[in-house]
Design a protein around this ligand. Structure first.
Ligand SMILES: C[S@@+](CC[C@H](N)C(=O)[O-])C[C@H]1O[C@@H](n2cnc3c(N)ncnc32)[C@H](O)[C@@H]1O
Length: 179
């Protein structure tokens, strides 16, 4: 678990209450889904997206005992086809699935489409977290697309926090909060 992942979990813990709806936009191995499922509790709901069967299977195994998690094998670009707002939080952990196919990565266009959709579903005070990686092919282009999207947001409606490490190769965490 990286420092940025711990920060994401702290931020989600502050933003999500029992009974809320939350989104894991990149289910992967299910670690963030488990955190969200604990936070919303059995009266809430978590929607977890991934395009890879292996990721859906890994997340299904991780949350086997939790009936308030809905797994969706579709792109987070199609978020609004599956989830009705308002949502308390959406978390995007970009790149490839740890332990999985390193060439199957999130892509700038679908990532930004997912961020737009998550922003539209977010309740006031809700957050979208995005961790971008620059170490893999296409990673820095994606990180640049995320940054361009975030900088385009209207500052009267959105509060943006960047959590950057001194090392430019480290994961970059951006937190967007709806005012
Ligand atoms: C870094 S991993 C996520 C790790 C996960 N949050 C965890 O805790 O284990 C990124 C995941 O995004 C998935 N992915 C790639 N493109 C996607 C898309 N358009 N929509 C949803 N998931 C996507 C990949 O299949 C991969 O499993």
């Amino acid at each position: 678990v990286t420092r940025q992942t711990n920060r994401v979990h702290e931020l989600l813990t502050a933003a999500v209450r029992r009974g809320d709806t939350a989104v894991d936009a990149t289910a992967g191995n299910g670690h963030d889904t488990i955190v969200l499922a604990r936070l919303v509790g059995p009266t809430g709901r978590v929607f977890s997206f991934d395009l890879q069967d292996e990721a859906i299977a890994a997340t299904a195994a991780a949350v086997a005992s939790l009936s308030h998690v809905t797994l969706i094998r579709d792109s987070h670009a199609n978020l609004k086809a599956h989830v009705a707002g308002p949502i308390a939080a959406a978390t995007f952990n970009l790149g490839y699935r740890p332990g999985g196919d390193r060439t199957f990565v999130t892509r700038p266009e679908s990532t930004v489409a997912g961020l737009v959709a998550a922003g539209e579903l977010l309740r006031p005070g809700g957050i979208v977290t995005v961790v971008s990686y620059v170490g893999h092919a296409g990673g820095s282009d994606e990180a640049a697309a995320v940054a361009a999207f975030v900088w385009s947001l209207d500052p009267t409606q959105w509060h943006v926090d960047w959590h950057l490490e001194p090392n430019p190769r480290s994961p970059k965490l951006c937190v967007v909060r709806k005012r």
